[in-house]
Design a protein. Structure first.
Length: 260
């Protein structure tokens, strides 16, 4: 509740526009005078329901402008997430950032005037998934956590016996049953899942996933190939898993420690 109050108060100080965070944001100088803007996307790829921890469902644009304060016309490749604007706004308003806040202010990036990579300690971002829609028996969700670096994506599926897209035959987490905005992905693929030509597309999206997934973003930028069993990636998977465990322990992740 306190965080919500702070956000409301800070919104009065800064004009926040939320209609499409990622590893990159673009700062522009052509802002309307006397206005500050932050543009981000809350639900990317709405037509296909990108409900996952891959870049398709988590990597989105972040555009920030502040006339006469932030150098515009530049792109930054530092890894950031949509929690980071909160301590940024607190800092702008000269308010104390709570000690237990894990997000990091973007101010040094915004005021640096530099492009590409700026803060060397931004080595990864963490994302979570819990319950997207009420689409499983007893209201169970699909808890998962991920660590995304510049080169690798590591995902831990906490309940791998559950299907990511919810239980068949409706697969409610991608809304095939509502048909408010039908698409080939949400209709034809589940209906034709026994077709040998369709199984290649059906299995990654609708069948149970392994407990751990890792993708080499340098070789597989669209994250199709899960490589946790390959011996040459064993140390990378171990390091990514340790990074995730350290963060979950530090933050006392309620979904993990409280079995939420």
């Amino acid at each position: 509740m306190k965080l919500l109050i702070w956000i409301v108060l800070l919104s009065a100080l800064l004009l926040i526009l939320i209609p499409s965070c990622s590893e990159a944001f673009r700062a522009r100088s052509s802002c309307t005078p006397a206005r500050t803007g932050l543009l981000a996307e809350e639900d990317i790829w709405r037509l296909e329901e990108g409900v996952n921890l891959f870049d398709f469902g988590s990597k989105i644009p972040l555009i920030i402008c502040w006339k006469n304060q932030i150098v515009g016309e530049r792109s930054v490749d530092d890894l950031v997430n949509l929690n980071d604007p909160v301590p940024t706004f607190l800092e702008f308003a000269h308010l104390k950032i709570p000690n237990d806040m894990t997000a990091k202010s973007l101010s040094s990036i915004l005021f640096s005037g530099q492009s590409e990579y700026i803060e060397s300690d931004r080595k990864f971002v963490l994302s979570t998934r819990e319950n997207h829609t009420l689409c499983r028996k007893y209201g169970f969700g699909y808890p998962a956590r991920s660590v995304r670096t510049y080169d690798y994506l590591y995902i831990r599926n906490c309940e791998p016996e559950r299907r990511q897209a919810s239980d068949p035959l409706l697969f409610g987490d991608v809304n095939t049953h509502t048909l408010h905005y039908p698409s080939p992905t949400k209709v034809n693929i589940p209906e034709n899942r026994n077709n040998s030509d369709i199984k290649f597309f059906y299995n990654p999206g609708f069948v149970n996933s392994s407990a751990e997934e890792i993708n080499d973003l340098r070789l597989d930028p669209i994250q199709i190939t899960n490589i946790p069993s390959q011996e040459n990636y064993a140390s990378i998977k171990k390091n990514q898993a340790k990074e995730l465990d350290n963060y979950l322990d530090k933050t006392k992740d309620a979904g993990i420690f409280d079995q939420g």
